[in-house]
Design a protein around this ligand. Structure first.
Ligand code: ATP
Ligand code: MG
Length: 240
């Protein structure tokens, strides 16, 4: 991967300010966790990095690479599954590549094995449990061998066992060289997985540093308020 340079992102849908000059430099390796209160703009920022949402101002650069050339995959909190089998859902991600049928089936099998769903290939995808569906979503993301993996609360609503299974896959993926950006409210998960933590609050990135120091000794009052879960208003992303 290459570093991601985010400079001065502004997002004002309908005149309401959501982001107002968000800047950050993200290193090419490891897991960067993006944390912050509800409505802080974490999902918006991830979608801007993915290129599906355009900022009103500011830029996102991937070193000297063109954004379209950076192979990336996105996993949402709720996996959007099509009717059909587990294997068909995973194969869908390869459709634009126009590969031979046998290559697709080899890669689907490998991707499903990687997430522990090798024996479920022919099952109806929508009949899988929530945790299994999330592993399917990861298989669908990993099959394109992304350089950049964008994860938006991939374990929300999952039980501890399913969460651990997903975390193992994320850790192994990062270890193998994929850059991971992880939005999560699970601070334990952030501590387990993240190399560095970016805190969004009040329309900006208010803090960015090594996971251990941000989580245990945040420097800014906004990061401290979020991490301490102060209620009611300081933990919400109020106007900037
Ligand atoms: N496509 C869009 N058009 C207009 N407004 C949007 C769009 N996407 C998000 N927003 C608004 O941007 C704000 C930030 O949303 P976002 O989903 O990024 O928050 P978040 O930090 O991910 O919060 P949460 O922790 O609840 O997931 C919200 O007020 C939301 O309504
Ligand atoms: Mg979100």
């Amino acid at each position: 991967m290459v570093p991601i340079h985010i400079e001065g992102l502004v997002f004002r849908p309908g005149g309401r300010t959501v982001l107002d000059g968000l800047s950050a430099s993200i290193t090419p390796a490891g897991v960067t966790a993006v944390i912050g209160p509800n409505g802080a703009g974490k999902s918006v920022t991830l979608r801007m990095i993915d290129g599906v949402l355009r900022p009103d101002a500011g830029s996102i650069r991937f070193g000297d690479r063109s954004p379209q050339d950076v192979r990336r995959a996105f996993v949402f909190q709720k996996p959007g599954l099509i009717r059909g089998t587990v294997a068909q859902n995973v194969a869908l991600a390869l459709a634009p590549l126009r590969l031979s049928r046998s290559t697709v089936s080899t890669r689907v099998e490998a991707a499903l094995n990687r997430v522990g769903l090798g024996n479920r290939a022919r099952d109806a995808a929508r009949k899988l449990s929530g945790g299994e569906q999330q592993r399917l979503a990861l298989a669908r993301a990993l099959i394109v061998e992304p350089e950049l993996l964008l994860l938006d609360e991939p374990t929300a609503n999952l039980d501890p066992g399913a969460t651990e299974a997903i975390e193992e896959i994320i850790a192994a993926t990062a270890q193998a060289g994929t850059k991971v950006l992880l939005v999560s409210h699970h601070l334990g998960q952030v501590a387990r997985l993240a190399t560095d933590v970016l805190v969004l609050s009040q329309c900006r990135a208010v803090e960015h540093g090594p996971a251990q120091s941000v989580l245990t000794a945040p420097r800014t009052s906004e990061a401290r308020a979020y991490l301490k879960g102060e209620l009611p208003w300081t933990s919400f992303a109020v106007a900037c």
